[in-house]
Design a protein around this ligand. Sequence first.
Ligand code: NAP
Length: 248
Amino acid sequence: MKLLENQVAIITGATRGIGKAIAELFADQGANVVFTYVSSDDKARALEAELQAKGVKAKGFKFDVANLAACENMAAEVVKEFERIDIVVNNAGITRDNLLMRMTEEQFDEVITTNLKSVFNMTKAVQRTMLKQRSGSIINMSSVVGVKGNAGQANYAASKAGILGFTKSVALELGSRNIRCNAIAPGFIETEMTGVLDEAMVQQWRDSIPLKRGGTPEDVANLTLFLASSMSAYVTGQVINVDGGMLT
Ligand code: NAP
């Protein structure tokens, strides 16, 4: 028995990294997957084909998740074509790192709108459908940086901490309608986002983590599957770290 048989999941930012691993695992577990991206057309078409080959429906939508109207249009199209929305994973995110002294207003605004406002946008866009269904699971990708802060990432940390407050509030508002909302705080996960970092520094990070390695996108996808499925039916309003013990 597959954990997400015939369910409809929306995953933002799934052409690479963590989002892609979530899309693949959800499809393995029988979910029809709708995903978003902003620039990687070839990767999006390849992912659609890869997911469809697993025997589920899959469709990629290209738009900026910082745009509320675009999120609403997409949600309406999904309901028209797939008839329901069971799961939303708000995963799309960017970094524009700089020390506060050098951080521009643009760098701050871009990160807040892409990482935080997008979570409001997509949650707003699916709320009515989930309320009608009287079920739904919303999973927001935060970061250990949102829990703890990080020098050089004031914009990113603020966006990821904002997600935590949003998640807990939505869990309180929508719990009575059987809509759950949880956040995941990944630690150091080795993806393209982190591939640009200096290798010596990365090795130092690995050594300082209790489990002595960086995480994989699959490590995060496994927790996302748990939170998406009925295995977590009594879990809402939580922030769960996937960080190899980093914040312990
Ligand atoms: P990634 O490899 O950089 O992939 C980001 C994805 O988001 C891509 O699919 C990208 O689409 C999409 N995207 C970016 N901006 C978008 C926008 N404005 N509208 C729609 N889609 C957009 O990122 P990742 O490392 O997998 O991270 C995924 C999430 O986990 C992010 O929220 C990140 O903050 C969080 N996280 C990551 C780590 C880590 O160590 N990697 C740790 C903690 C938290 P295109 O391919 O089209 O550009």
